[in-house]
Write a protein that binds this ligand. Structure first.
Ligand SMILES: Cc1cc2nc3c(=O)[nH]c(=O)nc-3n(C[C@H](O)[C@H](O)[C@H](O)COP(=O)(O)OP(=O)(O)OC[C@H]3O[C@@H](n4cnc5c(N)ncnc54)[C@H](O)[C@@H]3O)c2cc1C
Length: 665
């Protein structure tokens, strides 16, 4: 037990409250619950992480070039174990299981994150684009060698001029009827591809996103397979530059690409959604160009799901180290004159770490929902337009929440380890630097939350999947606010919940027990619906006043982001509540309920000003929530070591034995 070093009787003054009996945590059982149906896959990755644990030190000691080579070597060697190809079709040497590939990727995030990101670029972005946007000819040509790592590739979407606004890319692919080739051109310096992982050193092939031009007409952004390097040298017409030293992830070779009239055959177009005939006719089953574009991008959602999961798992590493340290580290005499107090017994330390621990558990279960929906949609188990849109929105929201959570948690855990946390050997330097960009790549978080809000305001209707920001503003402004709200799932849920809570509409928040999950959910649902209504009202008012839709949207944007955040927080809590409800009665359920209550109440506490402003929290009740949060922290204190052990972060990934104690403790 990791709590060996804890005092025999940890302070739980409220232990007898309401018949509460302190649960015992069965760590292997909790780990099995967290690992879920992919426990075997996760264990395979854990054992690979152990085998390559030396890379954590290599990251600090090797030159940048050597580190990059070492990371590449590891990625290719891991590919041979099958762990990186689990999502690809079996006929090409993959595992045919999308859920397994997400689980493998998430688990890899316990280790060196350059290895993780190189895997993401090669198999997720490059391989994913070939698989999802290409057809059989492309699959036959590329999938088998890319799955083994024999063919290295990159995903060249972003340009120096445009990252988030992909529809405005400047690279052009013009169809040349005479030779039946596409000519790829970087039209301006802003249109150079930038930050492209694998491009500076290792990729031989790039999936290049460019504006397709056929017979003088622009058909929008499409993807092309373009050879960029042969025998280590750039191909004719391709210029490559290294992006240089980065804030983190220096084992990944990010670079810039320019294309000077580079010719590729007609079949280089990844043509699942659109094609150009030899005679130069553009064809697509999706007639609306916006809808076609969003459909294409929608197929690449797995990358977003993976990055969100990786952020959550990186948080687990940080929390494991900080908690184990706090179970060993003593500072100042407090409750005894004989020995100094363990820092985890300080109320403030508990307040700093445990809500983050609870949020991490909540996010773990929310991520489980996203990953399983991704698996179902992409395996054809449930695949309709509405489900896809909902999945895209949920993936965007969980990615944003999960990666921001990582940034915040890693920083707090670093500080919680004091000066020791600052030493590179103790992992925080790499964790901080390497996860920082998770909030930006695979979609900037603020931009992603706007996507979430758009889905909410249009109820994920396929008729509106092609709406741009302005179209969306006009659409929402054209509806009565009540209509917008009535269409949302949260409205229906809120109606139901109001009926079951005591006190009717006026008194429901005054009467219900703080630890009643229905009360907690009702609070988050109320906030979400109210914020959404506020956005709809403001958009409508702006348009009614004759303002430009773009200006209206911009003015309302903070409310848009607020509504999306409220939505994601509600989904995360719902996932946690539903998962704990399914558990049989017993200690595990008691322990997870403590975490779930802590997550819910600390979420409400963090936004108590809003709830008070909107008449949903009296000052008395707000204070009661703060007291309850502290009380829950004290109850979690004796379980903390076990709760982080259940994450199953391999000992070798924690490094720093002087911080976390003898390995295996
Ligand atoms: C290490 C690293 C690896 C990468 N790997 C790849 C790769 O392999 N392939 C690839 O194609 N790309 C890659 N990228 C690029 C990455 O996906 C982009 O950086 C990202 O999409 C953001 O685009 P941007 O940098 O142009 O930022 P911008 O889109 O310019 O955003 C800048 C800021 O403006 C804000 N902003 C933007 N639009 C709005 C709006 N409408 N409303 C309000 N605020 C807004 C954003 O929130 C952000 O804070 C990588 C980037 C990095 C740093």
């Amino acid at each position: 037990m990791a709590t060996d070093t804890a005092p025999p009787q940890a302070p739980t003054p409220q232990g007898a409250e309401g018949g509460y009996v302190q649960p015992e945590v069965d760590v292997p059982a909790l780990q099995a619950l967290l690992d879920g149906r992919y426990a075997e896959v996760r264990n395979l990755v854990r054992s690979n992480l152990d085998d390559y644990a030396g890379v954590l030190e290599d990251a600090e000691t090797l030159s940048r070039d050597d580190y990059r080579e070492r990371v590449k070597e590891i990625v290719v060697e891991m590919a041979a174990t099958g762990q990186t190809g689990m999502g690809f079709p079996q006929e090409y040497g993959g595992g045919g299981d999308i859920g397994a590939s997400v689980a493998a990727f998430e688990t890899l995030a316990f280790g060196d994150l350059s290895v993780l990101v190189k895997v993401g670029v090669q198999f997720g972005l490059f391989g994913g684009a070939i698989l999802q946007l290409g057809t059989k000819e492309h699959h036959d040509a590329y999938l088998a060698p890319l799955i083994t790592g024999e063919l290295m590739g990159c995903f060249a979407m972003t340009e120096s001029g445009h990252g988030s606004n992909v529809q405005a890319l400047g690279t052009v692919a013009t169809y040349d009827l005479a030779t039946q080739e596409f000519v790829i051109t970087t039209t301006t310096d802003d249109a150079r591809k930038d930050y492209i992982g694998n491009a500076a050193k290792h990729a031989e092939v790039a999936v290049v996103f460019a504006q397709l031009e056929v017979a003088g007409a622009s058909e929008g952004v499409h993807a092309f397979v373009v050879p960029i390097r042969k025998g280590g040298e750039p191909c004719a017409g391709v210029r490559i530059e290294d992006d240089g030293l980065k804030m983190g992830l220096n084992g990944v070779d990010n670079g810039r690409l320019w294309f000077d009239q580079v010719r590729v055959p007609r079949t280089a177009l990844l043509n699942r959604f659109a094609d150009v005939t030899p005679s130069g006719v553009y064809e697509s089953a999706i007639t609306n160009p916006n809808k076609r574009f969003f459909t294409m991008l929608g197929t690449l959602v797995q990358g977003r799901v993976c990055v969100g999961g990786a952020g959550i798992n990186a948080s687990k590493v940080a929390l494991t180290i900080a908690t184990k340290y706090a179970l060993r580290r003593r500072q100042f005499e407090a409750s005894s004159e004989d020995e100094e107090e363990l820092i985890l017994d300080y109320g403030m330390h508990q307040r700093r770490l445990f809500p983050l621990l609870a949020d991490t558990y909540a996010l773990h279960f929310a991520q489980e929902v996203v990953a399983s929906r991704l698996h179902d949609v992409f395996s054809g188990i449930t695949d309709d337009e509405h489900t896809r849109r909902e999945l895209e929105s949920r993936a965007a929201g969980t990615k944003a929440y999960g990666t921001w959570h990582a940034t915040r948690t890693i920083q707090e855990c670093r500080e919680a380890c004091g000066g020791a946390g600052y030493l590179s050997v103790n992992r925080f330097a790499a964790l901080k630097a390497d996860t920082d960009v998770f909030t930006t790549f695979e979609g900037d978080n603020h931009v992603l939350l706007q996507l979430v809000a758009k889905g909410l305001l249009t109820d994920y209707s396929s008729d509106f999947s092609d709406l741009d920001q302005f179209g969306m503003v006009k659409f929402v402004a054209g509806l009565a606010v009540e209509t917008v709200l009535e269409r949302t799932a949260v409205h229906k849920l809120l109606e139901r919940i109001k009926d079951v809570l005591p006190g009717g509409d006026d008194g429901w928040d005054q009467e219900a027990g703080l630890l009643d999950p229905d009360y907690q959910l009702a609070m988050l649902r109320f906030r979400e619906e109210h914020m959404l209504g506020g956005v709809a009202r403001r958009l409508k008012r702006g348009i009614d006043q004759g303002m430009n839709p773009g200006v209206v949207f911009s003015r309302v944007q903070d409310h848009v982001i607020g509504a999306a955040r409220a939505h994601v927080e509600r989904l995360v809590l719902e996932a946690f509540v539903e998962r704990t409800r399914q558990l049989p009665e017993g200690d595990l359920k008691v322990a997870l309920n403590l975490l779930c209550d802590l997550h819910a109440l600390s979420t409400i506490e963090a936004d108590r000003a809003w709830f008070m402003e909107h008449g949903r929290l009296t000052s008395q009740r707000s204070k009661a929530i703060s007291r309850e949060v502290s009380s829950l922290c004290r109850k979690i204190r004796p379980l903390a070591g076990d709760l982080v052990d259940a994450f199953g972060v391999p000992d070798a990934m924690l490094r720093s034995p002087e911080l976390v104690g003898p390995l295996g403790s």
